[in-house]
Design a protein around this ligand. Structure first.
Ligand code: AMP
Ligand code: TRP
Length: 331
């Protein structure tokens, strides 16, 4: 079985975009891959996090993955901070990457360009690709599923792995980024030309998985639609309805064609009402399981077990690295 690894930052409340674009696909990957998933809490520190909020977001994220169907028996699920080897290997790899390479990372360049002159940005934003390289290379994954914005970091991990293998000897597997199919992009309900995002100030266009169900339904009902009244898929001219069709299709398992057929001659109102019901039912299911998980110690137990499994793999790899680079002096 091929191995797949990914990390998710516990920043912000989990949105319908995260659910459709990341959580659901991961849950379906577990049937075909050996999955390693961790909550990238060390990465979240690159931007100040209110401690109380970080704690809550971290717990919520884990509970939502489990509530969505991630099976801890099959998937190694853990907190990055529970496995020290990430930070340690991150240091070694940070010594092998050049300032030039890190400066060329688009995400860093964007953030640097946006920061006001005197404010500066934390060094963590500059350095974090090294930590991400360590996250990946510790576990020899075949694939790393990431959004388009993270592809460059996975490619850097490949370059650094290759550099290490050539300088010392074969140690790391070269990972491949796996970009989800086009269409896995949920748009803002009020401005369907923008991605639905948790960093939005206006929350009307963004559905949060843990929002009260009636609030989410209302957001669907008041989603911006396009001129005309017909329901068909045309992202260019009908971005609002097309976005709703995509959401509906993913949640119901029906194809967009089937939905177009089903709603032929019907108005936006009836369509939205049905979608609101389908979404409401799915969210209710998740929230029920979430509440169950949050009320006991299950999450702590799952994380402990996940950390132990991950530590076993990570320690072996780090020991190998430290022998090769000359850090270990014991025979
Ligand atoms: P973020 O919330 O931006 O840190 O993203 C976490 C994960 O959720 C990434 O894998 C994204 O690709 C995915 N994601 C976030 N927003 C959306 C969206 N609007 N549509 C699809 N996927 C999304
Ligand atoms: N940097 C990624 C993000 O911002 C999260 C992440 C951290 C990650 N380590 C990783 C993703 C390793 C894949 C593999 O979304």
């Amino acid at each position: 079985m091929k191995r797949m690894l990914s990390g998710i930052k516990p920043t912000g409340r989990v949105t319908l975009g995260n659910y459709i674009g990341a959580i659901k696909p991961f849950v379906s990957f577990q049937d075909d891959y050996e999955m390693i998933i961790f909550i990238a809490n060390l990465h979240s520190m690159t931007i100040y996090q209110e401690p109380k909020v970080l704690r809550q977001n971290t717990k919520d994220l884990i509970a939502l993955y489990l509530a969505a169907g991630l099976d801890p028996e099959r998937v190694t699920l853990f907190l990055q901070s529970d496995v020290m080897e990430h930070a340690q290997l991150g240091w070694y790899l940070g010594c092998m990457v050049t300032m030039g390479e890190l400066s060329r990372m688009t995400q860093y360049k964007d953030k640097a360009a946006k920061s006001k002159k005197n404010e500066g940005i934390g060094a963590g934003i500059f350095n974090y690709p090294s930590l991400m390289n360590a996250d990946i290379l510790l576990y020899d994954p075949d694939y790393v599923p990431v959004g388009e914005d993270q592809k460059q970091h996975v490619e850097l991990a490949r370059d650094i792995a290759d550099r290490f293998n050539k300088r010392y000897s074969d140690t790391f597997k070269l990972p491949e980024p796996l970009i989800p199919r086009v269409g896995g992009r949920v748009m803002d309900l009020q401005d369907p030309t923008r991605k639905m995002s948790k960093s939005d100030d206006t929350s009307k266009g963004c559905i949060y998985i843990l929002d009260p169900i009636n609030v989410s339904k209302k957001k669907i009902m008041s989603a911006k639609t396009d001129s005309g009244s017909e329901i068909y898929f045309d992202p260019e001219n009908k971005p609002g309805i097309s976005n709703l069709l995509e959401i509906y299709s993913i949640l119901s398992g029906k194809t967009i064609k089937e939905l177009e057929e089903q709603y032929k001659g019907m108005g936006y109102g009836a369509f939205k009402k049905d979608l609101a019901e389908v979404l409401g039912a799915e969210l209710q299911k998740i929230q029920d399981r979430y509440n169950e998980l949050m009320s006991g110690h299950v999450i702590d137990d799952i994380l402990n077990e996940g950390a132990q499994k991950a530590q076993r793999m990570a320690r072996k790899k780090l020991a190998k690295v430290e022998r090769k680079i000359g850090i270990t002096i014991k025979k």
